[in-house]
Design a protein around this ligand. Sequence first.
Ligand code: PLP
Length: 180
Amino acid sequence: MPGPVLRLDVEHHANLLAWGPGRVLRAAPTVAQTLADLRYALAADRPALLAVTGASNVTGEVLPLEEITALAHAAGARVVVDAAQLAPHRHVDIAAAGIDYLALSGHKLYAPYGAGVLVGRRDWLDVAAPYLAGGGAVHAVTAPDEGGATEVSWRPPHTATRPAPRTSSAPPRSPRRAAC
Ligand SMILES: Cc1ncc(COP(=O)(O)O)c(C=O)c1O
């Protein structure tokens, strides 16, 4: 799904720096005006993806995701929602809101640092190369002929990152009952 990525300027840096080309749209003083500007930018730029925050860490605003996904889909763009601030505070119905991808940080939900979540349609995630090509992600590597490129085929499902394979011989611990 290559193509430009449209964003708003109320995004966290994580949602500004992660992407390649594409416009950063200035959010208007009212949500209604921001939606109107979004509609115009989607029609003018025809981005592949709209990357938008569910709740802005800059303004605290909670954006109307259903309306935003409807606008984006009408213009042929998919939507990824940065739910890092939204998920700890609100129930998010991904299907009802028409969200294509949703990302959140574990540590804002009291998970250990370094954990996070990317939700999306499996077939769409599977066609992307892994963000970090380690662990058990590689299916096969073809050595190049002279001057050729190395070809890698990935083992589905391709998640954004892959954990290292389990190498410890320790058996999984069974849940313990608390002593009364
Ligand atoms: C809206 C939003 N998106 C993304 C991030 C980045 O999350 P992380 O701390 O996991 O890099 C933050 C962090 O404050 C945030 O508020």
